[in-house]
Ligand binder design. Structure first.
Ligand SMILES: [Zn+2]
Length: 303
């Protein structure tokens, strides 16, 4: 069978917002803030030049704070024809928010993006891929068509199941018999999932942060390049159709050595027959129209 592979970049413009939403209320470190400014300025410019050189359109998930703080930079992204999707207002970790706070952040960020682009955003990715049990329900409520945060699969789209019925709280004050029950069955929502993967993300290997134990910052770009190519090779061998969404950040991938890595990855992937470089909304469009296959996520039992 002829291969068809939809490949795309999701670019999270966390900029300053990712450094000031500290969860603890502690003041932001000015040096961290300066790294965010580098991303919003130098990083965006370098990546826009790269996509222009490749001749591809990409998806930019932008916290509303970044749009309101760097309107001229984001206007370049918008005017170059790239997709702009949701990523919170101040990069809030939604798992720490109340349902009402999640709703208020969604409403405000949808409003900012709609005014800025002239159309309602279609997609959302959770800041730090930190989701909540209300996430899918709220995306449905706000009419958001797709999400890019969950990991039920790694290369096939599906209708995201709502997480609200799969939670079994455990704590030491309860009887063990209270929690020894299987998960309840998954029910698909109307939200299409473009699955996320930490192994196709630039942040953990390349962004040094002394406050985030999961980050490193000094991994050889050729090690990560091989890691990403190996994933592509396996999927290309095993599936006739699959998606390959890569997640990056201007303050990380805008660094010289990582720009060069993306150039090598682009050239490598492009050597394969059937590859199309698309935005995530284009992936979702193909899936919803039935032009591109996916999977059904199963699990749990009816109790
Ligand atoms: Zn982010």
């Amino acid at each position: 069978m002829v291969k068809r592979v939809l490949v795309g970049y999701g670019i999270d413009v966390d900029a300053v917002s990712g450094w000031i939403n500290t969860k603890t209320g502690a003041p932001a470190n000015p040096t961290d803030v300066s790294r965010g400014i580098f991303g919003a300025t130098v990083g965006i410019d370098r990546l826009l030049k790269l996509w222009d050189k490749f001749g591809i359109k990409t998806t930019w998930f932008v916290p509303a704070h970044s749009i309101e703080s760097f309107p001229e930079q984001l206007a370049k992204v918008r005017d170059a024809g790239h997709e702009i999707g949701l990523h919170g207002y101040t990069h809030e970790f939604v798992g720490t928010l109340t349902e009402q706070q999640q709703r208020d952040v969604l409403a405000k960020s949808i409003e900012v993006l709609t005014v800025f682009t002239g159309k309602k955003p279609r997609g959302w990715t959770a800041p730090a891929w930190d989701t909540s049990k209300e996430t899918i329900k709220l995306l449905e409520e706000f009419g958001i068509e797709y999400d890019h945060s969950f990991m039920h699969h790694d290369s096939q789209m599906y209708y995201a199941p709502s997480g609200s019925e799969t939670w079994v709280e455990t704590n030491l004050t309860r009887e063990a018999s209270d929690w020894m029950v299987p998960m309840t069955s998954l029910k698909p929502s109307s939200v299409v999932e473009v699955p996320a993967s930490w192994h196709l993300d630039d942040w953990p290997p390349f962004q040094l942060s002394l406050k985030q134990a999961s980050t490193h910052g000094f991994v050889d770009t050729r090690v990560v390049e091989q890691l990403w190519k190996d994933q592509f090779d396996f999927l290309y061998r095993e599936y006739d159709t699959f998606i390959f969404p890569m997640s990056i950040h201007p303050q990380v991938s805008g660094k010289p050595q990582i720009v060069l890595m993306h150039e090598r990855i682009f050239e490598y992937i492009n050597k394969h027959a059937g590859v199309e470089w698309v935005t995530m909304e284009q992936m979702v469009e193909e899936f919803k129209k039935g032009n591109f296959g996916g999977v059904e996520v199963k699990g749990g039992v009816d109790v």
